[in-house]
Write a protein that binds this ligand. Structure first.
Ligand code: CP
Length: 343
């Protein structure tokens, strides 16, 4: 394998990377999926440790990063803020600068997850990741934060390409808000919109009034679509976006009002969202689409975000996408962190 220009690079949002850099990840992820335990890959991170710093819980991200490190011959260490003495707004402790510089002396890379109730205003998670990236001399990778989830977005695109082919121009993705009892961050849907638009898809975002996504991110999605000659629309109609869709991505997200008074108002968000009972992806709405694939980053709030019939139906690609997290992350770790590959 050839030396990569990605060696040492942080991955906080896919939009920070050029399209050929994203292609390089997807290309290697596909090869790694095909030849999962090939000796070509199994010692790329031999004797190396990847730190996984989780402020919030996870199933897929923790497990897939840990498996990725193992399959590359290395080790992933699970870290939580409660086991460290970090400085916060409310308590004295170690600064981000010191923590990042010390971690860089031990590990080959640092993944961070921070979102939902672990921040008190939208944007704080993104700012923290960028602060770690500023001081760390090892790559910092988002494992999902309040704004972006690049590993998920790359796994989504890989799954969509596996089912629709690598030329996604002229294919339409509907990213639709759904009611739910989890008050989720915007990270997965924003990343999905950024990557679908980078890869030439027509993008429709649907949500009830009052659930706007980040306006700056939506501007970028619009520009990406314009550069590719693709369509971009935002609708408040629960059904309209399904027409002509080749992929439907249904997911709950919190409203812009979720953070106020310096706190995350989870219960308030859930109570408000659960009133919109029409906003569920079901077989009747899917009939309006072009026999669309159904995707979701998981965990799914079944019965709210999507019916069992659709989530477990023949057009659902949720498990392929979940599996792709492993392959995409192996590719990211190999290309950005492996000295062996980048000699
Ligand atoms: N999609 C995703 O990041 O899943 P987890 O929250 O389980 O890691």
């Amino acid at each position: 394998m050839a030396k990569s220009e990605l060696f040492g690079k942080d991955l906080i949002c896919s939009q920070d990377w050029r399209r050929p850099e994203l292609d390089e990840i997807l290309e290697l992820a596909k090869k790694m999926k095909e030849k999962r335990f090939s000796p070509e890959y199994t010692s790329l991170l031999k004797d190396r440790t990847f730190f996984m710093f989780f402020y919030n819980p996870s199933v897929r991200t923790r497990q897939s990063f840990e498996c990725a490190a193992t399959e590359l011959g290395g080790h992933a260490q699970f870290l939580e803020p409660k086991t460290m003495r970090l400085k916060t707004a409310k308590s004295a402790g170690e600064t981000t600068e010191d923590a990042a510089k010390v971690m860089s002396r031990y590990a080959c890379g640092l993944g961070i997850r921070i979102l939902e109730d672990k921040i008190s205003a939208y944007g704080q998670g993104d700012a923290l990741l960028r602060e770690y990236a500023k001081y760390a001399s090892i790559p910092v990778v988002s494992m999902a934060h309040d704004k972006f989830h690049p590993c998920q977005g790359l796994a989504d695109i890989m799954g969509i390409e596996e089912h629709l082919g690598e030329d996604l121009k002229g294919k339409k993705i509907l990213i639709t808000w759904a009611h739910g009892a989890l008050a989720r961050s915007l990270c997965s849907v924003q990343e999905a919109a950024l990557l679908a638009s980078r890869y030439g898809m027509d993008v429709t975002i649907a949500h009830p009034e009052g659930y706007d996504l980040d306006a700056e991110v939506m501007d970028v999605v619009g520009k990406n679509c314009a550069e590719n000659g693709a369509k971009f629309e935002i609708t408040n109609d629960v059904k309209e976006g399904y027409r002509g869709a080749h992929v439907v991505y249904s997911r709950n997200w919190m409203s812009p009002n979720a953070y106020h008074g310096g706190e995350f108002h989870k219960q308030e968000e859930i109570e408000k969202a659960l009133r919109y009972t029409d906003w569920i992806c079901d077989a009747e709405k899917m009939k309006l689409s072009e026999n669309a694939l159904f995707t979701h980053p998981m965990p799914i709030d079944r019965g709210h975000e999507v019916t069992d019939e659709v989530a477990s139906g023949p057009r659902s690609i949720i498990y392929d996408v979940a599996e792709n997290r492993l392959h995409v992350q192996k590719a990211i770790m190999a290309l950005t962190m492996s000295e062996k590959l980048n000699k």
